[in-house]
Every structure is written in C-alpha cells, then in structure tokens.
Design a protein around this ligand. Structure first.
Ligand code: GMT
Length: 383
C-alpha cells in the first residue's frame, strides 16, 4: 500500500509511534510518505520505501499566527494526488485530523477518494482535547474519520466519555520493535555511570507537568538514603529548569544526571535497574513499555492506560499519583531483593512481548484495508 503518515516529528510518544509504524511498514514493502514540518526524530536512516514531505509555512505580516493547518492540508492534498496514496493515517487529533478532513474534501472535488484513519494518543483527548476552544473541531474530525483508533482501552473510554462520538473506535495498542529494543551488554558504560556498583534508576519523558518528573527526584532521594544509587533523567522539556533547581536544593546534583534528549535509549535502559513513571496521566506509557522490553521493572502511577502495560506486583508496582513514599518503598522492595528483581525483570520482558510489533502492526494494516473497501464503495464521498 501507499500510506501517508502525518505526525508531530518531535521526541513525543505519538511521533515515535508514527515513525516506528511507518518504518516497519516500509521494511514490509509498503511505500511510506511522512508529511510533517520536520524530519521525524527517529527517522535517522535512508530506506528506499520511505519518503519525507516537509510542510513549510508562509509568514506574512498580516498573519499574527502562522496558518500551519492550511499548509499541512495543501501538502496532504499534493502528496496524496502526486503519489497516489491509498490511505492517510494521522496521529494526534489536533490539527492533523481536521486538516485531513479538509484534504479529503479537496481531493474528493478532484475525483480522488482517500480514507483517513485517525489515531488518538492521549493528551489530544485528555488535556488539550477538553479545551472548549478545540472540542467541537476534535469531535467533528473524529466522527468524520473513516477509521479511529486509540492506544489503550482507557483512552477509548475517555474519548467516548468526553465527546459525542458516533464512530466505532478500535483499540490498537502501542508496540515495541525487539529488533531495536533489546538488552545489550553495556557493562563498560555501567562502570562509568555507577563505578561502585550503585543501582541505576531511570526516568525518560518530555518533562511536561503531566509527567511529574519531580516525583522521580523525591522517590530517588528516599531510595538513595537506603542504598547507593544514581538517577538518569533523559529527555528535555519545560520543567527541566525547575528540576535542576530541585536537585541543587536537595543536594543531590552529583547523583542525578540530566542527559537531555538521547537517541540510543536502548543502551541507557540496558544499564538501568529500575524505571520510574510517576505521571498524573498517561494514555499508554510507551516509555514504560520500552523499559520493560529491556528487562527493566517499572514503578509507576496507577492512572490512565498504565495498568494495561505495567502489571502491579509482576512487572513492577503501581502507586497512587504523588505518593512518593509508596513509590520509594516499592522501588526498594525491588532493588533490595535480588531474587525479586530478577523475577520482575523476566516478567517485564515477557509482558512487553505481548506488544511486539509483529503482533500489533497487522491490526493497522487490516484497518487500512477494511476502511479502503468501505470508502471505495461509498458514492457519497465525491463532492
Ligand atoms: O505526553 C507525551 O509523552 C507525548 C504524547 C504524544 O502524543 O506525543 O504521548 C501520548 O502518546 C504516547 C504514544 O501513544 C503515549 O504512550 C503516552 O502515554 C501519551 N501521553 C499522555 O497521555 C500524557
């Protein structure tokens, strides 16, 4: 198939999922056209089936706000027409789903029928989506997509709860590619980070408020009081400056390393003993799945779709949001008992296998084919 993928190109979860999906499909022989404002962060290589179409915007003194959505729509029309796309798959409702709706109408006026699939990722529904300035457009765009997917059961329920949705929503879980995410021997690296055998605790996020990365630091402080350990904070975002101040305030700058945005996440996870994800909301928790694939147990909050990924008492522990005492206690329970640690590591890996890319991506392909058939038969689509 010829598939257009629209996403945010940054390190955020939705962009990562879209890029990994497109990459896998390209290796399966499909032709993938990424349409976005920058080359996606994880698209760092050349493949003959992958094409990147940059959306460039027009700046004009009259425009107080650059009309990105309009440029994106035009680009979708141009690519769909010139490349003869079979399907457009947009990730994150805003502004991608509404732009895709307009693109579909423009294409229909030219006699071209194209199905639009929208994948909802989380904050497009649970945070941004609830904003009254966006709600009606999101609702309309979802109802007018030919196929809609959510990355967890939780997110599907939230979407039905907060919007008047007339469409059937499929749950297609996020996935993991074990050919990229598997434990590698990085003992030399571990010795540099933890020369005296300290336990390595890791947190990866975009450091937005919703991630509650400060809780990770408070949990770490309590763990470090009991066992020698160090904390790796990977990623970047609006809260980073506050976190650095917090580290100074509690006097743990030497034990906490801010590594910024990293590409070789699997290498850093390979030296990690525990992953902390204390988010106040998380529709899935892709970072937790990536850790589990590399045999790293997860101590997380118990909200959103996280319990669909991290199993309490098996692959890690689930605690109430903000309960840093419980998170520290559970972290110590894992780190201080090598038999339990080993068991949780194995369980985490086994659980991650349920989300193996080979099991999940065919569900998207099946959906593409299903909606393509329906759209082909639908005579109303042409305007
Ligand atoms: O908040 C983020 O990490 C970014 C956001 C995104 O859309 O890029 O992530 C959401 O999508 C990810 C991929 O489907 C999910 O794993 C995250 O749980 C979800 N984030 C939230 O719901 C807060």
């Amino acid at each position: 198939m010829k598939i257009g993928i629209v996403c945010f190109p940054s390190f955020g979860g939705s962009g990562v999922v879209a890029t990994e999906l497109g990459t896998y499909l390209a290796f399966q022989g499909h032709e993938i056209h990424f349409i976005t404002y920058e080359r996606p962060a994880r698209l760092t290589f050349f493949h003959q089936n992958i094409f990147f179409h940059e959306v460039s915007t027009t700046k004009y003194p009259l425009f107080r706000y650059t009309p990105y959505e309009t440029s994106l729509t035009s680009k979708m029309v141009e690519v769909a027409e010139s490349q003869k796309l079979d399907v457009l798959h947009v990730h994150y409702a805003i502004p991608h789903a509404s732009a895709a709706f307009l693109a579909k109408q423009i294409l229909a006026s030219k006699g071209i029928k194209i199905p639009v699939i929208t994948t909802l990722h989380g904050t497009d529904i649970t945070l941004v989506g609830k904003d009254s300035s966006l709600k009606s457009v999101i609702e309309f765009s979802i109802n007018n997509s030919d196929g809609v997917t959510c990355v967890s059961e939780y997110l599907r329920e939230e979407t039905y709860k907060h919007f008047d949705i007339k469409k059937e929503i499929d749950v297609i879980y996020n996935f993991i590619d074990f050919s990229k995410f598997s434990k590698t021997n990085k003992e030399h690296f571990k010795k540099v980070i933890a020369p005296n055998g300290e336990k390595i605790i890791t947190h990866i996020s975009n450091f937005r408020k919703v991630k509650r990365a400060e809780d990770t630091i408070h949990v770490f402080k309590k763990v470090n009081e009991k066992i020698p350990s160090c904390l790796l904070l990977i990623g970047d975002g609006p809260e980073r400056a506050n976190l650095e101040v917090l580290c100074k305030k509690i006097g743990l700058c030497d034990q906490i390393r801010f590594l910024g945005k990293q590409e070789a996440i699997e290498e850093l996870l390979s030296v990690s003993d525990l992953f902390i994800l204390p988010s106040s909301n998380e529709s899935f928790g892709l970072a937790a799945l990536e850790a589990m694939a590399i045999e790293v147990p997860v101590v997380s909050s118990n909200v959103g779709g996280i319990p669909e990924v991290n199993v309490d008492g098996e692959t890690g522990f689930l605690c109430d949001v903000g309960d840093v005492d419980a998170m520290a206690e559970k972290s110590l329970e894992i780190l201080m008992n090598s038999e339990k640690h080993g068991r949780f590591k194995k369980n985490a890996y086994k659980r991650a296998q349920k989300f193996e890319i080979q099991k999940i991506v065919p569900q998207y392909l099946e959906l593409y084919e299903r909606v393509s058939e329906i759209v082909k038969k639908d005579t109303h689509q042409l305007v």
